[in-house]
Design a protein around this ligand. Sequence first.
Ligand SMILES: CC(=O)SCCNC(=O)CCNC(=O)[C@H](O)C(C)(C)COP(=O)(O)OP(=O)(O)OC[C@H]1O[C@@H](n2cnc3c(N)ncnc32)[C@H](O)[C@@H]1OP(=O)(O)O
Ligand SMILES: O=C([O-])CC(=O)C(=O)O
Length: 376
Amino acid sequence: MAEAKVLSGAGLRGQVAGKTALSTVGKEGAGLTYRGYDVRDLAEHCEFEEVAYLIFFGELPTAAQLAAYKAKLKTLRGLPQALKTVLENIPKEAHPMDVMRTGASMLGNLETELSFAEQQDATDRLLAAFPSIITYWYRFSHDGVRIETETDDDSIGSHFLHLLKGEKPNALHAQTMNVSLILYAEHEFNASTFTARVCASTLSDMHSCVTAAIGSLRGPLHGGANEAAMDMIEKFTSPDHAEQEMLAMLARKDKIMGFGHAIYKDNDPRNGIIKQWSEKLAADVGDTVLYPVSVRCEEVMWREKKLFCNADFFHASAYHFMGIPTKLFTPIFVISRLTGWAAHVMEQRADNRIIRPSAEYTGPELRKVTPIAARG
Ligand SMILES: CC(=O)SCCNC(=O)CCNC(=O)[C@H](O)C(C)(C)COP(=O)(O)OP(=O)(O)OC[C@H]1O[C@@H](n2cnc3c(N)ncnc32)[C@H](O)[C@@H]1OP(=O)(O)O
Ligand SMILES: O=C([O-])CC(=O)C(=O)O
């Protein structure tokens, strides 16, 4: 179980900034829970759409409710021509998180949330359309093809992989995506979710809240860490090489992406789960380097600094083994975390006061304007 960390200092650490009924993170003895369910239990027994339903509506769906929800999402996978045109104009060199940000924002122009009564529909549309948005842009800009984004895939994870690769995923890949999307779905007041809540607190629309959150998730200290971790581990040719390089990075006091956490003290409960799937995928592709390298990185960081892998670290190798290009790693996080962001927006709206903290002023004392001609 993850232990509670002593929280104080800069970055609002340890400050209670609001209430939520959606999840607990690092609560003593509880690890990570969504609506009272242990994430490990959910990852073992549920589909991602089931977990999304739980996050939005507070209870796990019945079989009929889940079937209806998945059927609804399936109808929302197509993209309007105006959005496709925008995506076709974004260069190949663009950062895929910028594509996601533009995609969410453009959808807000085309299918504006006109009142809060439409919040669930706006959310479901984004949830269903995000895999289409990122893969439509990727396949057009990289392969020159205009893909059909309306598939009959049973799940969002399979839909994403199908669009990306042009063929339906095998069972192992479909299961891994499902688990990955569950693990990334919700995480209390992390930076991107807090961004979404701040935006929601001004009574802004869902697309603005989500667009803002994507900007926050993009950075390497948050969601971007899965890509940064991949960039690092793929340079290591063996576990011994990894150890040597990690020790050098630690000696230089470099930040090592995929390790540490603002709230968890000695373990991120999502890591053990995704690590197991990474190991299965490594065996599937016959990997003898990347997985052992990743394990050695984990050992070195714990031995040297008592720093542990967060959710992002073993996601890097897992996604890589599934043939997902590194630059699409963080957009997958978006596809999943949309559930948490939107649920927080709805929660904020239901009991709102504009979020507006105070600052401790550190600038100059009050002074008079010197006429411009007299300034030296
Ligand atoms: C899904 C997610 O978003 S999980 C987070 C993904 N982000 C990363 O993996 C980026 C790498 N990790 C980090 O930068 C940090 O651990 C964060 C941003 C996640 C948390 O930051 P903080 O809450 O400030 O970390 P914390 O207070 O535990 O840091 C304690 C010490 O460990 C160091 N430390 C923490 N993480 C790392 C790391 N990954 N590599 C090297 N040193 C680290 C800090 O620099 C700090 O040292 P100091 O006391 O000498 O200043
Ligand atoms: O909670 C955090 O600070 C970051 C994190 O792990 C997440 O958003 O999943």
